[in-house]
Write a protein that binds this ligand. Structure first.
Ligand code: THU
Length: 137
């Protein structure tokens, strides 16, 4: 087994575990995410819905915000587990692009462990980031 594939399997396993904690009584679509920081630490997240619907938050953003709050700003990969091997939504892609470069690996998986790997650059080409803002100050 290569280092890459064992890393992928470990991240998917953590995302699958996180998915068990999803609070998704409205959509019945639990999502789990596991984000690998450059430090080697992994931050897990699940979707957390709300009766007001619009305040619901995706698993990927929960994982990312936990990581940033813990002091991390550089990331290597994220695994996302859904029933349908869904790729992250547009909002999550944009939020990931704030901290991840185009090479960030996005591993999508289903509960049976089937996987597909994308890069963030593939999922959000020509992204809008701080490089597009004029210098300030
Ligand atoms: N969801 C995620 O957690 N991640 C995504 O990338 C797509 C959607 C959640 C939001 C909501 O709780 C449920 O899945 C249905 O959209």
């Amino acid at each position: 087994m290569t280092e890459g594939s064992s890393r992928k399997e470990a991240l998917v396993a953590l995302a699958l575990e996180a998915r068990k904690k999803a609070y998704a009584p409205y959509s019945h679509f639990p999502v789990g995410a596991a984000l690998l920081a450059e430090s080697g630490q992994v931050y897990a997240g699940c979707n957390v819905e709300n009766a007001s619907y619009g305040l619901s938050i995706c698993a990927e953003r929960v994982a990312l915000f936990k990581a940033v709050a813990a002091g991390e700003q550089r990331f290597k990969a994220i695994a996302v587990v859904t029933e349908t091997m869904a790729t992250p939504c547009g909002s999550c892609r944009q939020v990931l692009a704030e901290f991840g470069d185009d090479e960030l690996q996005v591993i999508v998986a289903d509960p049976e462990g089937q996987t597909e790997i994308y890069t963030l650059g593939e999922l959000l080409p020509a992204s809008f980031t701080s490089k597009d803002l004029p210098p300030f100050g």
